[in-house]
Design a protein around this ligand. Structure first.
Ligand code: GLY
Length: 419
């Protein structure tokens, strides 16, 4: 991804002709248009198409987005944060749904998504970290979650490459991983096989039907940067951190999402016969969180910074240094490994760190965004929730606390913003 100062959602002009110069007279029409082809948009489109809805995705590069950078931890328990108890229920439901989802997607796409029941270990490196981790353990126990306290030597018996200074840790056997790049590729194939149409162009404006008729107003599709005008009975905004930037979306239903930058490294572990790390290991080192996710392929993902810098996706020397410094404290042998990739992605942050799902107050417009740290984990339940509402049902119970309308947005007409 290239650094940007502003989200790329507002072109200065909307061409009246297509890429070949032919006039754009024929609009495409669908039951559902999904704006955004990252994992959340793709799973929404796949599930809608599976249910018989004529579905399209608008994205210049479907399969891109934050999942190309993400580590793919399915860490409902080890990534639990104070104050996020409501989100925990959704995260746990997602973790439970994952094995069946992985099997369904493998069946539909013929591709494996790297779902691996590896477990996780959160460790402490000094007395302060240890006290903090003990507190977290108490919180997890009060919530009925399964996590086992281990001494430093028990941690090292489990993961022999850990630093001798590890003072204790929490073993969580229920937190697993998937490979987000494989997940994305499988979703693209599943969408293609289910008949989803891909419009490889940026959605630049929401179309609104019935403007001037007050309560009759509804979302009616979108205009794309290549001039295509897509008509759709239902439109889903699933463009990650950029979901708030689509022109024509009335202010009252605009999703309150913002980009939260994460820098991530990829290293290569030694080949078979020299086990390096078998499960996800994480820690808070002097206040900053670091995690290491080992894949069966030999890839070791080290993440992640958390930076509120707008649309910037620059990989910085400081970001790489801090990640390597903290990872090295956990796993000293790591500095011998080849560093094969650095990257930065944008998490779609929301006011309460939880997703916005389902219908908005504007008829025909749905949201599937704001997944923040949990997009890969929440992919299956987001697909299920959006499929339910797109086929005329209600949000499933577990998703109801995350209704798109919960920030008090009431649709009011805003003259001049509509297409
Ligand atoms: N869930 C990992 C991250 O957001 O960095």
């Amino acid at each position: 991804m290239q650094p940007r100062d502003t989200p790329p959602t507002e072109p200065t002009t909307t061409p009246a002709a297509g890429p070949t110069g032919a006039p754009r007279t024929a609009d495409a029409a669908y039951d559902v248009l999904v704006v955004g082809g990252g994992v959340i948009g793709l799973v929404t489109a796949w599930q809608a198409a599976r249910r018989g809805l004529a579905t399209a995705v608008a994205d210049p590069a479907p399969g891109g987005g934050a999942a190309q950078v993400a580590a793919g931890m399915l860490a409902a328990v080890t990534e639990l944060h104070y104050g996020e108890e409501a989100l925990l229920a959704l995260n746990l439901a997602a973790a439970e749904r994952y094995p069946a989802f992985a099997a369904e997607l493998a069946e539909a796409s013929g591709q494996d998504i790297g779902y691996r029941r590896c477990g996780a270990l959160s460790v402490a490196l000094d007395a302060d970290d240890r006290a903090q981790l003990r507190e977290l353990h108490g919180f997890q126990q009060r919530l009925g979650l399964s996590a086992q306290w281990l001494s430093g030597s028990e941690c090292r018996r489990l993961e022999p490459m850990l630093a001798p200074g590890v003072r204790g840790g929490l073993r969580v056997d229920g937190d697993h991983q998937t490979d987000p790049r494989l997940l994305t590729a499988a979703l693209v194939t599943a969408c293609e096989r289910a008949g989803v149409a891909f419009h490889r162009s940026l959605a630049v404006r929401l179309r609104i039907a019935g403007a001037g008729a007050g309560a009759d107003e509804r979302a009616a599709g979108a205009e794309l940067a290549d001039g295509t005008r897509i008509a759709a009975g239902q439109t889903v905004l699933a463009a990650g951190s950029r979901s708030g930037g689509l022109v024509g979306v009335p202010e009252a239903v605009r999703p309150p999402v913002r980009p939260v930058k994460g820098q991530v490294l990829r290293l290569r572990m030694p080949g078979a016969g020299t086990p390096f790390l078998s499960r996800t290991v994480r820690a808070v080192v002097r206040g900053s969180s670091v995690y290491l996710v080992p894949r069966e392929s030999g890839e070791l993902v080290v993440g992640a910074t958390s930076e509120e810098l707008g649309w910037d996706t620059t990989v910085t020397a400081g970001g790489v240094y801090e990640l390597l410094r903290d990872a090295h404290e956990l796993l000293p042998g790591l500095t011998e490994l080849p560093l094969v990739e650095t990257g930065a992605g944008l998490r779609p942050g929301s006011p309460d760190n939880a997703p916005l799902l389902g219908p908005t107050a504007l008829a025909g417009l749905h949201l599937a965004t704001g997944h923040y740290r949990n997009g890969v984990l929440l992919t299956p339940v987001t697909g299920d929730a959006l499929a339910a509402v797109l086929t005329g049902g209600e949000l499933p119970e577990v998703a109801r606390p995350f209704a798109a309308t919960r920030f008090g947005t009431t649709h009011q007409r805003h003259e001049g913003r509509h297409a």
